[in-house]
Structure formats: C-alpha cells, structure tokens
Design a protein. Structure first.
Length: 230
C-alpha cells in the first residue's frame, strides 16, 4: 500500500468571481503576480517535491491554462459541462493521479518561507492521519479578512473555528471520495467526516502567506515576495 503522496492536484477550475473585471477574459490562475502567472508560483512548489505526476482541473476559460500547463507535463482534467468543486474535481482527476494519498494545492495564494508541500510530506503520518492541512496563523495571513478556519489541539487535531487559516495545501487520502453520492461537492464533506473520526490534522506554517483571491491581494502578494524579513 502506498503511504506517501506521489502526485499533486492543482485546483484551477474556479470562476474567480472575487477578482471582478480581472477574470472577465482570463482564468484567475493566469493573473500575474510579480511578473508570473499565479499558477506558475504554485507549480514551482509542486515540482520541488519531485512528484511522479501533477494534474490540474480546468473549467472556466481553460485555453490559456492548457497552453501554459501542457508544456510543463501537467496532466489536464477537464470538467464539463459543470464545474465539480474541490471534492468532485479531485475525484474526477483520480485516474490521472494514481492511487494512494495525494497533495492538493490551491493556485490563488503566495507562500513566503519553506515549501509547504515539503513540510507536509515530512509531517505526514498515515497511521494517524486521513488528511494533513497546512494552516497559517491569522496574524501571518495577508489578505485574509474575518476569522480563521480551524484550531488545533496539542496533537494537531483540527476543529472548526479558531485563528488558523487553511493555506490551500494538504495531503489527503482519497478513498472517502467514492463514498459521496453527489457529483459536485466540496472537500469539506470529507474533512467533516475525518474530523469526527479524529483523523483530520493541521500543520502550522512557519512563514507567511497571502490570499490572492481578490484584486487587492496582488499588491499584498508582490510586497510579500519582495520582503526580506522571512
């Protein structure tokens, strides 16, 4: 049985509605931050852990993403006619990812510090964990408004509410995806079940992070990249 992740799933299918006019003619992952598409920053981190396979799901305005990703040997999972959300999208892409646990990664954030995938890989313990989410303390999450997503106990087990923001990188066992009846569904469905079983964990990220899901996040992310205090 495969115990460590050998594949990375990049989530790139969304409509990017919070970006307003910027996503009228292009998908959000192709918006440039510091002179490069958002998804290029994510792909750098993904490639650094030397996965056997990288896949991305596409739906909204897929042509520029496909043109960018295919030369990078990223496998493409097209979602049509409807978008499948994170859970449905990951399940749809499983034939491209292979068996065993996988990394998943959102493509609308910038990380400053150690590679979050590498940290997750080092902390992953499949005997105790069904998922390990890399989370950022709210104070170090630029561009995030409102409350955090989770809190963690002394052993790292997650509960809802608190000052930890999910950064968009995780390792996840995928078997539970096949137990969901809906075609389109969020990974929150799996997380809730894992949390109830005491098998959903958080890893606190030691660097800084920026949400680039809205226009104001672009300048915040570029400032973060240029900063020399991390």
């Amino acid at each position: 049985m495969q115990r460590s992740p050998e594949a990375v799933m990049l989530f790139a299918a969304g409509f990017g509605t919070r970006m307003r006019e910027l996503t009228r003619d292009m998908p959000k992952p192709m918006i440039e931050v510091a002179g490069r598409p958002l998804i290029a920053h994510a792909l750098d981190l993904a490639k650094a852990v030397r996965p056997a396979r990288i896949a991305a799901n596409l739906h909204y305005k897929p042509e520029p993403l496909k043109a960018f990703l295919e030369p990078e040997n990223v496998r493409i999972s097209h979602e049509a006619p409807q978008i499948l959300d994170t859970g449905g999208g990951l399940r749809h892409a499983l034939p491209l990812l292979g068996g065993g646990p996988v990394f998943t990664m959102n493509t609308d954030a910038i990380w400053k510090g150690p590679n979050p995938l590498q940290l997750a890989q080092e902390a992953w313990d499949p005997d105790r964990m069904d998922a390990l989410l890399v989370c950022v303390p709210l104070a170090y999450a630029a561009g995030r408004t409102g409350q955090g997503d989770f809190s963690a106990d002394a052993d790292g087990r997650i509960s809802r509410g608190g000052n930890l923001v999910y950064g968009g990188v995780q390792i996840l066992k995928t078997e539970g995806l096949h137990e969901v009846e809906e075609q389109a569904f969020s990974l929150n469905v799996l997380w809730n079940r894992m949390a109830a079983a005491g098998r959903l964990f958080a890893l606190e990220y030691p660097g800084r992070w920026c949400d680039v899901g809205h226009p104001e996040g672009i300048k915040l992310a570029e400032d973060l990249i240029a900063a020399d205090d991390v």
